[in-house]
Design a protein around this ligand. Structure first.
Ligand SMILES: *Cc1c(COP(=O)(O)O)cnc(C)c1O
Length: 231
């Protein structure tokens, strides 16, 4: 895919305005919502155009591609976010590149990330992925699994849990997406009342190109936007 830098700059400006408007509708300031620019569809030129347009948080969903890009773009002002499923055998190589791991989707993965982080003398920021839509093809913990998981996660000193992440149902309407986002926010609000002190649930990573405005209205603090920048 090739998209001109000018087009990308226009799209970034327009999407930032939409983010600010949606934040206002949820009683927040634009700065309280972080934009993660998803780069999985495009090449280095488009990523440089995103940087020129002021984006610094970039998301990739495949470990191999994240490694390659992070290496190629070393020295650029980029914080990489791993937004897709991470296989445990790729965790060791991935973690050093990553600012935030969005898809903490199984206890085995989280335990592996904890162990590798401790070995490396690091603490890794992680979100717990929740399968709010109940879609069998989706990764993530079932809604009811999260509460009993928290005391266990609090013991993993190589991790710092920062919040929850979810994807809306595939092919659903905006209204259905809103229901999924509300479920994630309500789960967070409920868990936050009895959360171990080691764990923070401040962040909600939800919303993509087609539904980020709705996600922000329902409390998203991180939106992961890709295709809308390249249209
Ligand atoms: C690709 C991807 C996105 C971005 O999707 P767009 O619809 O292109 O904005 C967001 N989150 C995850 C996990 C993705 O894999």
């Amino acid at each position: 895919m090739t998209v001109t830098a000018e087009r990308i700059a226009d799209n970034v400006a327009r999407i930032r305005e939409s983010i600010a408007d949606a934040a206002m509708r949820s009683g927040r300031r634009a700065g309280e919502v972080s934009l993660i620019a998803v780069t999985k569809y495009v090449g280095i030129e488009e990523i440089d155009a995103l940087i020129a347009a002021g984006c610094t948080k970039m998301g990739e969903n495949r470990p191999q591609q994240l490694w390659d890009r992070a290496d190629q773009l070393q020295g650029r002002p980029i914080h990489w976010h791993m937004i897709g499923h991470l296989q445990r055998n790729k965790a060791r190589r991935t973690l050093p590149y990553v600012t935030l791991l969005h898809a903490g989707d199984s206890l085995r993965l989280l335990e592996a990330v904890d162990r590798l982080s401790q070995e490396a003398g690091r603490v890794t920021d992680v979100l717990v992925e929740v399968n709010v839509s109940g879609d069998a093809t989706k990764h993530g913990f079932a809604h009811d699994e999260v509460e009993p998981l928290l005391p266990k996660l609090a013991e993993l000193s190589g991790l710092r849990i920062r919040g929850l992440m979810a994807m809306a149902s595939w092919g659903g309407s905006l209204d259905e997406a809103r229901q999924d986002f509300i479920r994630l926010r309500e789960l967070r609000d409920k868990l936050a009342t009895a959360c171990p002190p080691e764990i923070s649930l401040d962040e909600l990573s939800m919303g993509m190109s087609g539904d980020f405005e709705v996600a922000i209205e329902e409390g998203a603090t991180l939106v992961r936007i890709g295709s809308a920048f390249y249209a």
